[in-house]
Design a protein around this ligand. Sequence first.
Ligand code: AMP
Ligand code: GLY
Length: 430
Amino acid sequence: MNVLIVGSGGRESAFAWSIAQSPLLSNLFVAPGNPGLAGLASCVDLDWRDREAVVHFCVREDIHIVVVGPEEPLVYGLGDFFAEHPNLQHIHFIGPKAEAAQLEGSKDFAKAFMMRHDIPTAGYRSFGADELEAAKMYVLSYDGPYVLKADGLAAGKGVVILDDVVDALKELDAMLGEGKFGDASKRVVVEEHLTGPEFSVFVVTDGERYVLLPQATDYKRVGEGQTGPNTGGMGAISPVPFVTPEVLGRVHAEIIQPTLDGLQEEEIPYCGFIFFGLMLTADGPKVIEYNVRMGDPETEAVLPRIDEDLLSLLIDAARGQVNTRPAAVKRESAVTVVLTAPGYPGAYPKGLEVSGADVPSEGSLLFHSGTALRDGSLVTNGGRVLAVTGLGSTPEEAKQRAYARVDQISFEGKQVRRDIGTIYGWPLKS
Ligand code: AMP
Ligand code: GLY
């Protein structure tokens, strides 16, 4: 089989690493990919937005299956394009079409879907741009913290949590009144504030049944001790100690199955990954958000723990032949640490020379995220530069192995959190 992975980050690097091990694989392509994939896959200078080039490439290389990493191509209908184009229809496409991708692409759509299907989530109200005054009245009607969410995709920045009501009113002005996040904040969801530790549950589904992948939790804030601004993710661990079989049982019965049943009831087909962003509240697990893809850096912690052929699993999903079951999982623990450019998640320089990346170290994997080659040397080319995964028989060993590898790599101003693996917010305070 010839496989095309769409994307360029650490998540796509982990997909490539995993799929490259499949006996079913013939040729592996990643568009656009990154220099860390050398030897694993061919990187292709192909932009998914250029539909003509996509058709040309897939036909020329006889692609059998497309695996989409990020949400944007899905929300903007790449799946619909494959389903409808006569030369692409035969290709297995892993990722939902635009309608189902609204589970991630529109917070308002996702909340209304959860309400219709009785899926536990924070209470909310949703306001359009012409309802600024009503939104303000609503915020004034209760005590904070106030959770304000831009409806559309906002590159992970669209959620603002404020304690003070005056700040919340100002933020509503900025989002709804002044279009702070462009079209994404023409509608704003105002949500009940929940507390509890967060975790992520991933499934591969054919829209009816699902294979449960290992759980993970990511470290979103830039600073140690969960301080500073939100990022795409500074690290991840898998498994997650507080996700007991009992918690998972509730997640299955109250969240995953009702989501799949709801999609079927509404006749919305789905093939691909669903990433349930959850919070373990005192009332049980609740949905914070749906994503229609895998997480980054969670994928770099999750895939190395899967003890089966990912490509075969994805083909089963595309053929509608999935049985509901947990994936076979290794007993190992994984700890993933992200190395970022100085200044990230704010403005950061690119082109910093990276050294020590190609030195292997026991029980560790390196996934490139934002790197490039300049005159034959590896340089930084993004905010999140590299992700290192340590694997071990205990979480402590995994952590030690991850940081041993992290410490071998250097570039000017390298930022890492040293506390990946620490569990915050658990046990719950009563
Ligand atoms: P999201 O982009 O929806 O993942 O939100 C970003 C982060 O905001 C989440 O990971 C949570 O830490 C936090 N968050 C989102 N919604 C809520 C909520 N209703 N209550 C408390 N925290 C939230
Ligand atoms: N790490 C969070 C995400 O991928 O959305």
